[in-house]
Design a protein. Sequence first.
Length: 665
Amino acid sequence: MPHSRQRHIPKHAVETPLGLFLWGGQEKFDRRREVLETLSSNPIFSKGEVVYASLARKDVWTRTALQSRELIRIYLTKKWPYRTFMDAIRMTDWMLPVQPQFRIFMSNLERQMSDEQKAIWIPKAERFEIFGSYCQTELGHGSNVRGIETTATFDKENDEFVINSPTVSSTKYWIGATGVWATHGIVVARLIIGGMDYGNHLFLTQLRDLESQRLMPGVEIYELGPKAFQGMLGTDNGALQFHHVRVPRNQMLMRNAQVLRDGTYIKPKNEKHSYGSMVTVRALMAEITAHDLIRAAVTAYHYTTFRKQFKKSREDSHAEETTVFDYASVRFRLLPLLAQATTLAIVGQNIKRAYDDYTATMLSTGDTSQLEDLHLQTVGAKVYSTEITGKGVETCRIACGGHGYSALSGFGRMYAHAINAVTYEGDNYVIGQQVPRAILKHYKAGTYASLPSLSYLSLLSDTNTVSTPDLSTPSSWLHPTTQKWALELRLVNMVRQHISDTSAGIDTSYTSHALTMAHSDYVYWRSLQSVLSQISTEPYYAAMNSLSTVFALSIIFTPHHPSLAQALPLTQGQLSSLRTAYNDAITDMADNHVASIIEAWGLTEYEIDSALARSDQTPYEALLDGAKRSEMSGEKMSHLWAMMVDTRKMAGRIEAERKEGKAKL
């Protein structure tokens, strides 16, 4: 059956000028293309032959462990840079157990070890002679890192630290790649010297024997079992307890703080280094989280431009059914998400680039002056990107109707992988409070000018009142100056309210989330406008300008939190013109630009991995093919047929037995 609106799903990465821009440049695009070619041509990474949703979790993890081994072989053989290796892990789509090696294990060795320590341990990690993990979260404490209970007591006589889990709640929990895989963990523990508590420090601790994979003496580890929605099947999260495990003194990570042989503690020159570990993870999340939503939006676009349902005109009996994407109920759900996901990706790349530049400078000069601002940026980015992505993936699934509920559509897996990030490294409502705290701290001290992320606070003390622009016509909302006015006014009003509530002693743990989202709305909008100014002469500027308008008006007209609308009071006439402008922006993007944006992202069949977006099958053909391959189709359940036949005869037998019993009476 012909469906001319359906877009081609490529099997190979296709290069376009807009695509190079969206993917972050030629180097990143070429890296993606190389990884795609490597994985799609290697049978162990095949996605089409195995229906993972039908496999036992243990079998899926076994496959991911074997995939990890093969990736390590490829990495060592081809001498891949670590970035290429990480791209490959993400593209396999199963959060392989090898994932923490570079993502957080190696990055902490690089930033937190002394040069002498790095000379010993970095080569081992780079060559995968040890498998690493990061052991911070405990049963009793996740976001509250200061509450961690695990101790590392210095034994001066033996020149060792004794790592111990004193309570059940001190059990390290949710530790990725540790239930079965990791041989070494960077353990966050409270340093105790002579009975004095010096707070949390990092200790490289061996968990398993390198020759047998058996647990080291005193180390107790369990694999946690299934996660919600069958997510993260390739990650063997572990529960760890340490029973007086001895670690050599030279395995405390000592780039910043040190413990000398005689037990003397040398505190770090700059306490801000403690931000480092979480900033690393959140900088990575800022860059990659958006791609979960991009994949969901692209999948939904491919399907809804194929699917036809109902007729817009009931009077015309000869009219064809309408393509689902042409309904406003679909466009107004999918296009804002595509715009938001693309914005998250572009701004996230800039945050990650800034963090990489900072890391290089910090390692060479020791300068940590940018760390607090990066910390603030990455906290906001983590909350903002995961909140939008988690809800957005589910919205894309629903927009695809009943077929979106099939595991073959891929949405269940996308959601399971994306939604964990909302609480990963801290519940958004908890870690998001760091943004309002920073706002209060720097506003009261008058030091907000030192942090680019908080420069808007000058508006709070600006004696020149910003005049309200003319909001009577829809066209006014299309101008960046109007969008800036709306986002700034909303944000400043919320900051004022937060200051007032805090002064009154009101619990702001709920309203802080809305303020963090408003802060991030403005930061992301401003960053996207800066990017637009740099590409104003490019041939794809019109598409990006249309996308940026949809992004801006979506976050103003349909805010992420109810209180955001209350902080931007508009008259009925102003709201009406905003609504019309938003409608016009959606129509412009749908009719003129969305196809080129989808083409530019160019997600391949391998990356999408959905029956709703195949290169050589329609969604209907792919779904039917999946049903034929089900482990319960055909005669695969014939061993139960006799039971079912017998069950159908049960009523007759019972009735006969009842009659026979009455006859005997």
